[in-house]
Design a protein around this ligand. Structure first.
Ligand SMILES: CC(C)(COP(=O)(O)OP(=O)(O)OC[C@H]1O[C@@H](n2cnc3c(N)ncnc32)[C@H](O)[C@@H]1OP(=O)(O)O)[C@@H](O)C(=O)NCCC(=O)NCCS
Length: 270
């Protein structure tokens, strides 16, 4: 390979064709996209290379809308607001919030989608829904532990109001033939099984579990459940960071300063 070829091949992309005077995303000139596609359609195009139907884009948008915010009690939002009082720019504020979205908060959709896909594969192999759910949960727990991502909520017990609405929209989309509806059935069956395993105490399907249903229905691979949730929650992170900047406040910690963390002296002599 010549040096010129090596340089050209260093970054290879099917996403954008850009040269002076030309910007085309996935083969579509940007000037054709502006004014004709929605932001959710644009996200889909960038990630997958094709444009979704209007119905697919509408369901996708529902998931993006549902996850935008959960208030300053959510660690991502609290962290972003604290960052906003520290003299950093809005980009740093947003990065601080998004960096908090991990396996237990906001990023849980990725592992949840893996579980749903595992159960779907078992059903394709001939297992019934209930058996596939039990076996899928056993395998998932052997890898990740007893707490199942996408279920349970600190505040919304036993129902997270976002989940039933999103599942109803998936059912509507399934009736219209936009999606199959099988991941909604899987998600609800996992929720039922977890309730049974907790001695009949129902457990919420949370926002990560519900949006993972939609992302699986639409054919996004599991890691994108996390990435897409980050896009959605970035809206709330930005809004809270901006609001905090308008309110002012300097160097705000996690609690009013009159409250101090408990000091736990440790005996280091023994
Ligand atoms: C969100 C979460 C931290 C809430 O935890 P919590 O407030 O302690 O949950 P609850 O008080 O409702 O329930 C406690 C009991 O249910 C169990 N439980 C809670 N969430 C569970 C889950 N997702 N899977 C299995 N069991 C769960 C706990 O182990 C505990 O059992 P025990 O009483 O036998 O000890 C927890 O459910 C969780 O980590 N969920 C998975 C991560 C996730 O999806 N995060 C995104 C949140 S939007």
């Amino acid at each position: 390979m010549t040096d010129a070829d090596e340089i050209r091949h260093w970054w290879r992309t099917s996403i954008i064709d850009m040269e002076p005077g030309k910007i085309a995303f996935r083969g579509h000139p940007v000037q054709d996209l502006i004014g004709t596609v929605s932001f959710p359609q644009m996200i889909w195009l960038m990630l997958r290379g094709d444009l979704p139907s209007r119905e697919q884009a509408a369901l996708f948008e529902c998931a993006l809308v549902a996850g935008v915010d959960h208030g300053p009690q959510a660690p991502s939002i609290a962290a972003a607001r604290m960052a906003a009082t520290c003299g950093v720019g809005l980009n740093n504020v947003m990065a601080t919030g998004v960096n908090m979205l991990g396996d237990v908060h906001g990023g849980a959709g990725e592992q949840c989608a893996e579980l749903y896909e595992n159960i779907a594969a078992r059903m394709e192999g001939g297992a019934g829904l209930d058996q596939a759910v039990r076996d899928g949960l056993d395998e998932w727990r052997a890898a990740y532990g007893k707490i199942v991502s996408g279920f349970g909520h600190r505040f919304h017990k036993p129902v997270d109001p976002r989940a039933p609405r999103l599942m109803a929209l998936v059912r509507e989309a399934a009736e219209a033939g936009t999606v199959s509806g099988r991941f909604a059935s899987i998600g609800e069956a996992v929720q039922d099984e977890l309730g049974r395993q907790r001695g009949g105490r129902p457990i919420a399907m949370n926002i990560d579990g519900a949006t993972a249903v939609i992302f699986c229905e639409l054919g996004f691979p599991p890691p994108l459940s996390r990435g897409l949730f980050c896009l959605s929650r970035s809206v709330g992170v930005l809004a809270h960071g901006w609001e905090q900047m308008q309110q002012g406040g300097r160097n705000k910690g996690p609690m009013p300063p009159k409250f101090l963390p408990e000091y736990e002296p440790k005996d280091v002599t023994s």
